[in-house]
Design a protein around this ligand. Structure first.
Ligand code: DHB
Ligand code: FE
Length: 322
């Protein structure tokens, strides 16, 4: 049975038509997209970065969801100081790739899932989150670089293999939402999925952005490997505890752009173990410094009920501290 209307369920719905199978977390560094678009992935500098995604690309071929709810942050591309929505849910059918100053990336436009997005909007807004619903917007590297990392090089006339519901979090213009608020949005999102009584769906939620980086000011270039790895450890084992870290903790320790990591808490807050289910598996973990001005972090985690189509080769599964 789906949870009753208005009920803030604390237990997940077993055998729900919409199954949240896996969460994927990754940095979304724009230079990674440029490296792919300009054919530089075999250069030693970039090879090290992409090596951490080889496992994932294989896994992604064997674990194709119907839809990805892709949590990211816009970088003053679709939104600017004229309108600053804290949480944007993309309810449209299609999202063109933005021109971020060098022309749009040569990748396919992104196809949405308006029916599921409308259902999520209804449920999450009734669950007391005042989302901004956006039918028309462009999407920047925050959304396209994770798709490229997971699904590889595609031409603009190709199609991404999944539908995408964009969920954009404002972490660019203050005030930003807290990690706690993002985690709670994740819980509301899971309740929305559990109420879906449409066709059966395999759903993944991705959290993107981070890890530590600061692009401007006296601390530009800051990277904090110890803190990043503590964040990953807590995200895996103690996401609720992680919500005690306030936004200044992220900024002090991980730099002004490290705040992007709050995006990751939405995907994690929606997992089974936050609804009295069992702990997720950690299928893949990767950490590497540097890529452009940041540390790259990447995790794939699956809910216990998810099909286990893990690639045999887990060699890339060792954290890379270079
Ligand atoms: C860089 C990283 C980002 O996440 C971003 O949004 C912009 C720039 C960088 O490393 O330069
Ligand atoms: Fe960013």
């Amino acid at each position: 049975m789906p949870p009753a209307k208005g009920e803030k369920a604390e237990v997940f719905r077993k055998n729900a038509p919409a199954q949240y199978t896996s969460a994927l977390f990754t940095s979304h560094v724009p230079a990674i997209g440029a490296a792919m678009d300009l054919g530089k992935t075999e250069e030693p500098y970039w090879k090290k970065v992409f090596s951490g995604y080889e496992w994932t690309r294989q896994w992604a071929k064997e674990n194709k969801p119907d839809v990805v709810i892709l949590v990211y942050n816009d970088h003053a591309t679709a939104f600017d100081s004229s309108i600053i929505p804290t949480f944007v849910l993309g309810t449209g059918a299609e999202y063109p790739v933005a021109d971020e100053g060098y022309g749009p990336r040569p990748v396919p436009d992104v196809k949405g899932y308006p029916e599921l997005a409308a259902h999520i909007a209804q449920s999450v807004i009734q669950d007391d989150f005042d989302l901004t619903l956006v039918n028309e917007m462009v999407v920047d590297h925050g959304l396209t670089v994770p798709l490229s990392l997971v699904y590889g090089e595609l031409d603009p006339e190709d199609e991404w293999p999944v539908k995408v519901i964009p969920l954009a979090v404002n972490v660019v213009q203050y005030p930003v939402p807290s990690g706690r608020r993002c985690y709670e949005l994740g819980k509301a999102l899971r309740r929305a999925l559990d109420k879906w009584d449409g066709p059966e769906l395999n759903v993944q939620i991705w959290g993107t952005g981070g890890m530590s980086h600061q692009l401007q000011g006296p601390r530009a270039g800051l990277i904090n490997e110890e803190w990043d790895n503590a964040f990953l450890d807590h995200l895996i084992a103690d996401p609720l505890g992680l919500t005690d870290w306030d936004h200044m903790e992220y900024v002090d320790e991980a730099g002004s752009e490290g705040i992007e990591l709050v995006d990751w808490l939405i995907a994690r807050g929606a997992m089974d173990d936050q609804f009295q289910g069992d702990a997720p598996s950690v299928d893949h973990r990767f950490y590497h410094v540097p890529a452009s001005n940041t540390a790259v972090g990447h995790l794939v985690m699956s809910n216990p009920g998810a099909p286990k189509n893990a690639p045999a080769n887990t060699a890339a599964n060792t954290p890379d501290q270079n």
